[in-house]
Design a protein around this ligand. Structure first.
Ligand code: 4NP
Length: 152
């Protein structure tokens, strides 16, 4: 399985999702490739937000080596599953991917946790540390479901 986690900036939510799912897949003995990207490109080349790094480390995950990259249409060739953190991200993915867009590969991450509810992972970008803990907890639970659903 090749799985891509996508948010807007690729500095707050999707780096957490990448780190968390990598850790869970490895712990489950799964040979998965997990990456992340952002649709807006404003932070390309940057490390994850300090609070995402802090909250990840508190939970035993080091995401400091990650660097933000922009989502590209060709990601549809490389990845089996593309998880969007929010509905606006799905719209961006559709716009960027154009004719490569494959609806069957794209899902809101929280639909793994709350099927059919179409809930967003809240954007913690403008907020303080508690928001990052909330985001971590939601993504952590959703990634448990991702492993359960897709492990062979
Ligand atoms: P993220 O948060 O999508 O979870 O990485 C954001 C980070 C930066 C911006 C928006 C969202 N921004 O507009 O710069």
């Amino acid at each position: 399985m090749n799985i891509l986690m996508v948010c807007l900036g690729n500095i707050c939510r999707s780096p957490l999702a990448e780190g968390i799912l990598q850790e869970k897949a490895a712990s489950a003995g799964l040979n998965w490739y997990v990456d992340s990207a952002g649709t807006n490109g404003y932070h390309v080349g940057e490390a994850p937000h300090p609070l995402s790094q802090k909250v990840a480390l508190i939970n035993g995950i080091d995401i400091s080596a990650q660097r933000s990259r922009r989502f590209v249409a060709e990601d549809f060739d490389k990845f089996d599953k593309i998880y969007a953190m929010a509905e606006d991200v799905v719209s961006d993915i559709r716009r960027i991917a154009k004719n490569k867009f494959d609806k069957s590969k794209v899902e809101l991450l929280l639909n793994e946790l709350y099927p059919g509810k179409n809930m967003d992972v809240p954007d913690p970008w403008y907020g303080a540390e508690p928001g990052y803990h909330e985001v971590y907890s939601l993504i952590d639970k959703a990634c448990d479901m991702v492993v359960e659903r897709h492990k062979v």
